[in-house]
Design a protein around this ligand. Sequence first.
Ligand SMILES: CC(C)(COP(=O)(O)OP(=O)(O)OC[C@H]1O[C@@H](n2cnc3c(N)ncnc32)[C@H](O)[C@@H]1OP(=O)(O)O)[C@@H](O)C(=O)NCCC(=O)NCCS
Length: 158
Amino acid sequence: MSAVLKGNRPDLPSLAPMREQDLDEVMTIESAIYTHPWTRGNFADSLRAGYECRVLRLGDELLGYFVLMVAAGEAHLLNLSIAAGHQRSGHGSGLLGEAMGLARSQGARSLFLEVRPSNSAAQALYTRFGFRKIAVRRGYYPAHAGREDALVLNLPLA
Ligand SMILES: CC(C)(COP(=O)(O)OP(=O)(O)OC[C@H]1O[C@@H](n2cnc3c(N)ncnc32)[C@H](O)[C@@H]1OP(=O)(O)O)[C@@H](O)C(=O)NCCC(=O)NCCS
């Protein structure tokens, strides 16, 4: 599993706040890995709203990012993404661990997220971290043919 560092070892990935200047690279990854990607405006709105947005870089290269909203003792992971060429190297786990720690440090007792039933890779990751399905939102996501449900997953952070 990859370590996520905040130090300055150039050979290890490092985490930093996402900024407006990151959004071109973020959008390159986002557009490549999702059938229905977030728009640049979705990321810009998240930054403006003060959500916890982080980027993971190895040197200059963007490996991935997450967007986390924390409020009223609950956290919602709104986006977690790893560039296609860097998946399955532990970076998603590293970012998820960071998001959980950040949520906890801001007083969240519970972390929620939505995932497509068709997204078995993400579900496998979340299951490994102990997330449990608590609800289904019918027709939540746009899909190629009509809409797709969302599974709502939860992880207690206590
Ligand atoms: C889901 C995602 C964030 C996982 O990131 P990642 O860096 O590839 O994940 P990791 O390498 O940390 O994988 C950890 C574990 O998750 C599971 N997993 C991850 N990708 C998987 C895949 N494609 N198939 C099956 N299991 C997978 C495995 O259990 C894996 O452990 P292992 O490699 O030891 O078997 C990444 O695949 C991604 O960005 N996908 C596209 C965007 C997306 O779907 N985001 C989530 C939306 S809810």
